[in-house]
Write a protein that binds this ligand. Structure first.
Ligand code: 5AD
Ligand code: SF4
Length: 456
């Protein structure tokens, strides 16, 4: 059947987490399957899709401004449409629904987190003059597994294993906009991983709001550790996962860092705070000690692992002492990377009810101190890699110098090295190259290439 989308151009603006980025790849896949062409800029696009995030206020307010500014950008001269079609989906679409079209009258389509697959139909209806299309579902009836994808890199794939979240951390809007946790069947996961391996994918990242609770809704079996085994057995070269909740990280999963060939020595384990009082107020359901015990178990199994985390500074009621607990924890654990956030009040979450007398400047000061520490520790932790040889998966050229290749080490560090004579970095993209590390900075390592297309 001929779709009115056929022959149109589109671009997608994506905000927020990896799940959103992955959802955007699915949208690109669906629109390309109908004959549309992905382009880079709004100027060239007949359709603009915004995949939105409302986890913090900044992205939230920015979205309204960005959509509003679309009005001023003229449609390309060759477009078969009389007006550019604008769609908003993802978490803000889910939360605000109809309200979005009231605030933004030139918006044509609103969809939510549970009905990605409906977007082509909604766009078609809007293009055919059937008026504004707003479709937001309260929950998805099943896992949206069979949607096509168009991936950013041919050699790396995100593979969702759960969607939604049941944890209700008191500051977090995600459970309200992504719904209850649902696990995908192991058969589906393995089939998708096998397809990726057969098509030359080198790295798979398993995705979920909390991958560690995989399987709870499937009568408790299989568990996340079984998924890791099964995906490893597909022959994938590199396996990663995100995100883990410390309360659900099991010994079985920790042991996989010592036994699974493909599982890379890098773990993102959000701690959020180092203070027991704040962890309780956040409804995180673990203590500082429990978290530190997990870290020591992980390092027993894999001493050379790169840890990363998320931290919220300025949760309501955070005292100077609470912050010191966080500061000391960051000092003690030693993270290769820390994503630091200033608490952002989200209406509808329990924490939004908590009064906070702490002045904004005090929170900013804590935040700045923490960022300094994070950088200092990241720099220190990269130094022992100088002199070692690491296999990097090349992503392309470095932003600073086109002759330099940029790629990722097993520990997920960015590595730069001069491309060997006669090859360009883009020709090496998606291959493994061995790099001897000569220098280590805060956010990257640099070195020289030893040999291409081989693994150590
Ligand atoms: N304010 C600040 N940071 C938040 N995060 C989630 N909700 C909020 C909020 N209301 C952070 C958490 C989470 C990361 C994805 O975003 O640290 O792990
Ligand atoms: Fe939000 Fe907590 Fe769920 Fe993560 S685990 S998505 S922080 S509620």
């Amino acid at each position: 059947m001929h779709s009115p989308i056929n022959g149109l151009t589109f671009c997608i603006h994506t905000f927020g987490c990896q799940m959103n980025k992955h959802d955007s790849e699915r949208i690109a896949g669906m629109l390309e399957a109908l004959g549309a062409l992905m382009v880079e800029t709004v100027e060239e696009s007949d359709i603009v899709v915004f995949m939105t995030c409302c986890v913090r206020e900044a992205a939230d307010t920015r979205l309204y401004g960005q959509v509003a500014s679309m009005k001023n950008i003229p449609l390309r001269a060759e477009s078969p449409l009389s007006k550019r079609v604008i769609a908003v989906g993802g978490c803000i679409g889910q939360r605000d629904g109809e309200k979005l079209t009231e605030a933004l009258p030139h918006l044509d389509v609103v969809f939510g987190t549970h009905n990605l697959g409906s977007l082509p139909r909604l766009l078609e209806a809007a293009i055919e003059g059937q008026g504004k299309q707003v479709e937001v579902l309260a929950a998805s009836s099943e896992f949206p597994t069979e949607l096509p994808t168009s991936r950013e890199h041919s050699w790396a794939a995100w593979l969702p294993i759960t969607i939604g979240c049941n944890n209700f951390c008191s500051y977090c809007i995600v459970p309200y906009v992504r719904g209850r946790e649902k696990s995908r069947s192991i058969e589906d996961i393995v089939a998708e991983a096998e397809r990726y391996v057969a098509s030359g994918v080198k790295e798979i990242t398993l995705l979920g709001q909390n991958v560690n609770s995989y399987g709870r809704d499937l009568y408790g079996k299989p568990r996340f550790a079984d998924i890791l085994d099964a995906v490893d057995q597909t022959g994938i070269e590199r396996l990663r996962f995100a995100t883990s909740h410390p309360k659900d990280l099991t010994d079985e999963v920790i042991e996989k860092f010592g036994s699974l060939r493909s599982l890379m020595p890098a773990l993102h384990l959000p701690v959020q705070s180092g203070s027991n009082a704040i962890l309780a107020a956040m409804n995180r359901r673990y203590s500082r000690d429990h978290y530190l015990r997990l870290i020591s178990k992980i390092r027993d199994v894999q001493p050379d692992i790169a840890l990363s985390t998320d931290i919220i500074v300025g949760f309501p009621g955070e005292t100077a002492k609470d912050f010191e607990d966080t500061y000391r924890l960051v000092e003690e654990v030693g993270y290769h990377q820390v994503f630091t956030f200033i608490y952002s009040k989200r209406e509808g979450t329990p924490a939004a009810q908590i009064e906070d007398p702490t002045p904004r400047e005090v929170i900013q000061e804590r935040f700045d101190r923490l960022v300094d520490l994070v950088q200092k520790r990241a720099f220190e932790l990269n130094q022992p890699d100088v002199g070692s040889v690491v296999p990097i998966l090349v992503e392309g050229s470095s932003k600073r110098d086109e002759r330099m290749i940029a790629g990722k080490s097993p520990k997920n560090q960015t590595v730069h090295a001069l491309a060997p004579q006669g090859v360009t970095p883009s020709e090496l993209a998606g291959t493994f190259v061995n790099v001897k590390i000569d220098d280590a900075k805060t956010w990257y390592l640099s070195g020289h290439v030893l040999g291409a297309n081989e693994r150590l």
